[in-house]
Design a protein around this ligand. Structure first.
Ligand code: GRF
Length: 186
């Protein structure tokens, strides 16, 4: 299928999906990258990959609805079938939820429902959990609340955020491509 990847940051998950598709390990193609942060590194990654980017700031629109209508227009033009969130730091609103029922997926760096929202890895470390992980889930109107598709556990490296985080990202890249492959071949 044709997908759009939404991202606000580094885009390592975008990269993993792109690389897996290029290698023939994941079916489908990325038609568009959408970002709310025009300076995010994901924009550079997309440009290197030759993928069109829609980089627009919500602050320049009168409402979330207006912002999402601009995105939806572009998604429709490109006949995008799935929205894949990869570090997109905003809640999805009704315009996109209604246009893409059960077709919006997110990845989150914790074992949901533990540690939703921002800095899930920091939250897990601060809480002192020994095992955290990664969750891939359907997106609904809530913050990291939709039905869970897949999870993988990651052992916390005691007191070492950097190592824990690196391992979580590695697991994210594997779990996301694997889960999307299953979804796309249904
Ligand atoms: C990932 O940890 C993802 O789970 C979270 O945001 C981070 C994005 O990382 N939602 P990247 O931009 O894909 O490198």
């Amino acid at each position: 299928p044709k997908i759009a990847v939404f991202a606000s940051g580094s885009g390592s998950n975008f990269q993993a999906i792109y690389d897996a598709m290029k290698a023939g390990d994941l079916t489908g193609s990325i038609a568009l990258v959408v970002t709310d942060k025009p300076n995010a590194f994901v924009v550079e990654r997309a440009s290197i990959a030759g993928i069109e980017t829609l980089a627009i700031k919500p602050a320049n629109y009168p409402s979330k609805e207006a912002y999402e209508h601009v995105i939806l227009q572009k998604l429709s033009e490109l006949q995008v079938e799935w929205i894949i969130l990869a570090g997109y730091m905003r809640l999805i609103g009704d315009v996109l939820l209604e246009a893409y029922p059960n077709r919006i997926i997110n990845i989150h760096p914790s074992l949901l429902p533990s540690f939703p929202g921002k800095d899930a890895i920091g939250q897990a470390m601060a809480h002192g959990v020994k095992v955290t992980g990664v969750t891939v889930h359907y997106v609904d109107a809530g913050m990291d609340t939709g039905p869970i598709l897949a999870q993988a556990a990651v052992t916390v490296v005691d007191g070492d955020r950097e190592k824990t985080e690196a391992r979580i990202h590695e697991v994210e890249h594997e779990l996301y491509t694997k889960t999307l492959n299953q979804l796309f071949s249904l």
